[in-house]
Design a binder for this molecule. Structure first.
Ligand SMILES: [Zn+2]
Length: 394
């Protein structure tokens, strides 16, 4: 049994506690969370004391492990349409390094305090690493094709990949890539796969201005990019609505839905979709948004709309590291008015809930296996993370 104490313990499910004692059993199971004057509190010599904050392991709600070999390959700040073109045309470069880079990325996440990951995959490339990892994964098997004639073929491949993950004992669901890359026929097929593959859903949303332009008027840089890939838009009519409205109406019911990026979502759009279902999560990937579009999501506005916010790194193709703690530092740098407890909530319990993993991860509640992180050199009076670092204790 270990007894851990710190200036501040952030349990996830309650307000931060000063000088509390976290009791952790063998294998990292949370046994109790005691105040220092609790009659069950152990004598001082048995307590390990940490300067700073203890919090549960982080949840990386959005990653693409299988793009790990593309670190540094795509130029920064060129916008999503050009980024997509580069990813599609260069994704098989250095393919011989793929497995090695996936293993390194998984290890990097563990060392950076990441306990669980919502990972987008198009193939089984990351299956072996996930099977052997200390990190828990939910694999979002992503399908895309805007050509209705290809819906069945694309879905069949998604089913094959999802079955492979599930047969290996891993969590997997079949999910749409983005509004602009999924036909109504393919959405239909995805909905029908909710019964055989139940679980959370994720979709990239409103990452670039031209995404809404495509749906409202049928024009813009994204449409031009897809025409460049040979996609035929002659039988497709713009929907005269936002990309979010198009996709939202076609998402499976009765499952958690995570909308990823949302950098262009307006307050009115958030209010509208929040009023339609209560199992929505909004995932911020600020480093990737800076890398691709050179913009930062408006998190204070998200929170004003009572959005349940979680945090993701996106892939090494659009980030310099896979660290939720670095994402929190970046959010705090741009939005210093947000309380540290709000940031930690996003990075822990909210992500665990979005991935349906809150029975085990995300908070210091009895019986859970959330991991324990030590946040060092946090300025506790200003809550500044600028000089802080993270070290895994358990
Ligand atoms: Zn992504």
């Amino acid at each position: 049994m270990r007894f851990l104490s710190a200036d501040l313990i952030f349990p996830g499910h309650t307000e931060p506690l000063a000088n509390a004692i976290l009791v952790v059993g063998p294998n990292g199971v949370i046994k109790d969370l005691l105040t220092s004057d609790d009659e069950n509190a152990p004598e001082g010599s048995r307590v390990e004391r940490f300067n700073g904050i203890l919090c549960p392991g982080f949840i990386n709600a959005h990653c693409h492990l299988e793009l790990s070999h593309m670190k540094g390959v795509v130029a920064e700040k060129t916008g999503l349409p050009k980024f997509i073109t580069e990813i599609v045309s260069r994704r098989n470069e250095n393919a011989h390094e793929k497995q090695e880079k996936i293993i390194l990325a998984d290890e990097e996440m563990w060392l950076n305090g990441i306990q669980a990951v919502g990972d987008i995959c198009n193939t089984t490339d990351s299956l072996e690493t996930k099977s052997n990892s200390r990190v828990e994964y939910h694999s979002f098997v992503e399908v895309f094709s805007f050509d209705p004639a290809r819906a069945n073929e694309v879905l069949e491949e998604g089913i094959r990949v999802a079955k492979a993950y599930r047969n290996a004992g891993l969590k997997a669901t079949i999910v749409p890539h983005a509004p602009y890359s999924v036909s109504e026929q393919l959405f239909d097929g995805i909905r029908k796969q909710q019964q055989p593959f139940p679980g959370p859903i994720s979709i990239h949303n409103q990452e670039t201005e031209s995404e809404d332009e495509m749906f409202s008027s049928g024009t813009g840089e994204l449409v031009e990019t897809f025409k460049g890939f040979g996609i035929d838009f002659s039988n497709w009519n713009p929907q005269k609505k936002s990309s979010l409205d198009y996709a939202f109406a076609q998402l499976p019911a009765d499952q958690n839905v995570m909308l990823v990026h949302n950098t262009c979502s307006t307050s009115d759009e958030m209010k509208h979709v929040e009023s339609l279902r209560n199992d929505l999560y909004w995932c911020a990937c600020p480093s990737a948004n800076l890398y691709i579009e050179n913009r930062i999501p408006n998190l204070p506005m998200w929170l004003e709309n009572n959005a349940k916010v979680c945090v993701g790194t996106d892939s090494l193709a659009s980030n310099h590291q896979l660290s939720i703690f670095e994402e929190l530092k970046l959010i705090q740098h741009h939005h210093p008015q947000l309380p540290l407890s709000t940031l930690l909530q996003m990075a822990t319990l909210n992500g665990a809930k979005a991935l349906n993993m809150d029975n085990e991860k995300g908070s210091f509640q009895q019986g859970k296996l959330p991991g324990v992180l030590w946040l060092k050199n946090v300025d506790l009076s200003s809550e500044s993370l600028a000089s802080a670092s993270v070290q895994r204790i358990i």
